[in-house]
Design a protein around this ligand. Structure first.
Ligand code: G3D
Ligand code: MG
Length: 171
């Protein structure tokens, strides 16, 4: 039994659902409108995993996805990261690799989850589960598909990342 505090940045192109995923996980509600603020928003959530108390601090880029210059402080000390794309926009999937490189440039090899979001929009899907899965396994990362709208798999994504971080710390 131990207490941990994990900093977890969420990255990915604009409007893929990063903020929605965090809000869903933290407050378990889906809001249709957010104010796009400037800078970084930090959310916290406590969870219990295998009798460990984990305080997750979730770092959200607030509408500045294009500005690389803000990133150092954003990634400093990150325990793990979530890279999000939108399954209805192929370009956001193609950009996952850029995000991955950027995260690794700052953090080195830390646990990361590749998250394909908006799976509730079945008619609009442009990236299949198979494509997401095979990319993630190629880069040796855990893959998960979510809907911040219905809540499907949202908790699993965050908890899975935490479990991976914990397993790297256990002797
Ligand atoms: P971002 O933080 O990555 O920029 P947001 O993305 O969380 O702000 O989400 C961008 C838009 O996508 C929002 O719609 C949000 O409601 C919607 N969205 C996020 N996740 C899902 C999802 O899983 N399913 C569906 N159907 N929509 C989602 P608006 O209209 O407010 O721009
Ligand atoms: Mg956002």
């Amino acid at each position: 039994m131990a207490s941990y505090k994990f900093k977890i940045p969420l990255v990915g192109d604009g409007a893929v659902g990063k903020t929605s995923l965090i809000i869903k996980f933290v407050e378990n509600m889906f809001k249709h409108e957010y104010k796009s603020t400037i800078g970084v928003d930090i959310f916290t959530k406590s969870v219990k995993i295998d009798k460990n108390d984990v305080l997750m601090t979730l770092w959200d880029i607030a509408g500045q996805e294009r500005f690389k210059v803000i990133r150092k402080g954003f990634f400093d000390g990150a325990a793990g990261a979530i890279i999000v794309y939108d399954v209805t926009r192929k370009d956001t999937f193609e950009n996952v690799e850029n995000w991955l490189n950027e995260v690794q440039e700052y953090t080195g090899p830390i646990p990361m989850i590749i998250c394909g979001n908006k799976i509730d929009l079945t008619d609009k899907r442009q990236v299949s589960t198979k494509q997401g899965n095979s990319y993630a396994s190629k880069i040796n990362k855990t893959f998960i598909e979510t809907s911040a709208k219905t809540g499907e798999n949202v908790e699993n994504a965050f908890i899975e990342l935490c479990s991976e971080i914990l397993s790297t710390r256990k002797k």
